[in-house]
Design a protein around this ligand. Sequence first.
Ligand code: PLP
Length: 382
Amino acid sequence: MERIYLDNNATTPLFPEVTNLFIEHLHNNFGNASSLHSFGQKSREILNISRMKIANILNANADEIIFTSSGTESNNLAITGFILNHLENSATCADKPHIITSATEHKAILEVIKKLEKRNMVDVSILPVTSTGIIEEKTVVSAIKDNTILISLMTANNETGTIQDIKNITAAIRAKSKNIAIHTDAVQAFGKINIDVKELGIDMLSISSHKINGPKGVGGLFVRRGCKINPIILGGSHEWNLRAGTENIAGIGAFALAAEITIKNKKNSELRDYLQKRILEEIDNTHLNGDLKHRLSNTLNISFQGIEAAALLTRLDMKGIAVSTGSACSSGSTEPSYTLRAMGVSAINAYSAIRFSLGYQNTKDEIDIVVDSLKEIIRKMY
Ligand code: PLP
C-alpha cells in the first residue's frame, strides 16, 4: 500500500541530507561543546556555525539566538522568562503585569499564560479573532492597558494556516506604547514565509526544527538584544546563561541544515490549491476554514459537513493516508477544535474539520489519490 503523508504541520520527515548530517554528528562529533579539548572545540564550532546560520535566516545577530529543546520550550522561555525578569526587577508591586494573547494560540502559549494567571502573577486578556482567524490591529491596540508589558501573538496558525500581519500589529502597538515586549510564535511560519525580525520589529520569536524537516528535540528562541528574560532551566552557563544543559550538537547542526534547505526550496501553494479546488468542487457540503488570502502555502482546513472528522481520518488511515483533525496535541480529546470555535465555526462544522498539511515530498499523483479516496469514503459514510 502506498502511504501518503499529509500531516506536515504536526511533524515532518527529515530531509535525506539532514538525516546524513545528523547521523554523522552523532557518530563523530559527540564532544561536549563546553570542553576545552579538540572534541569539545569541534562541537563548539558546529554550535557557533549553526547559530550563525539560523541568525542569518532571521536577520538577527548570533547572540540573539538561544537553542532550546522545542517550540514548546521556546514559548515557555519567552513568556515565563520575561515575566520572571519583570517581577524580579520591578521596583513596586503596585500593578500586576498584564499580558495580551489571542484565543487561537497554540497550547504552548495559552497554557503557559493561564498558569501564570492562576499563580496570580499576571492579568491576562485573550483576544478574539475574525471568522477567518485574523487578529485585528484595532482589537490588539484597544486591549492595551497601562500595566501591559507583554503581547504574544502567533505568526501563523497550525490548524488553519492563517497568517497574522505581525509587522503592522507591532507598529500599532509601538505607536501606543514603547514599553511593551512583543513575542511571536513562528513555529509554523518559519521556513514557509519570509521572517525578518528587524523588519517585524518584534522582541522575541519562537521556532522549531521538526516542523521544517529537521530532527525533533530542537527549537530556537530569538531574543532581541536589550530584551531581558530570566532562564527557566537552571544550571550551567550554556546559551548565554539563558538555557542550561549540554547542547544537542547533532540536533542543532541538523536543524540549521534543514532551515537552509527549507529557505532555498520554499514551496509555492500550487499543490495545496489543487487539492483545495478538487475537494471544494467535487465533494458536496465542504467548507474552507481559514483565510483565503493570508494563509500558509501548505495548509488546508476543510469541514466535511455531516461527516465525523475522526471517523474520516481513520478510514483515510486505513488507505495509508495521514491527515489530522486539528492540532496533534488535542487529538484524543473529544472537544472540537478551540481554534475553529474561536473563529465562530459551528460545533458541528468543527467536529467535521480535517487539516491537510503538505510537505516537500508530496506529489500531484498523491493529491489525486487523496481526493479519489475521500470521495469514495464519503460516499459510503453518507
Ligand atoms: N507553536 C505552534 C504554532 C505549533 O504548531 C507547535 C507544534 O505543533 C508548537 C508551538 C510546539 O512546537 P514543538 O512541537 O516543537 O514543541
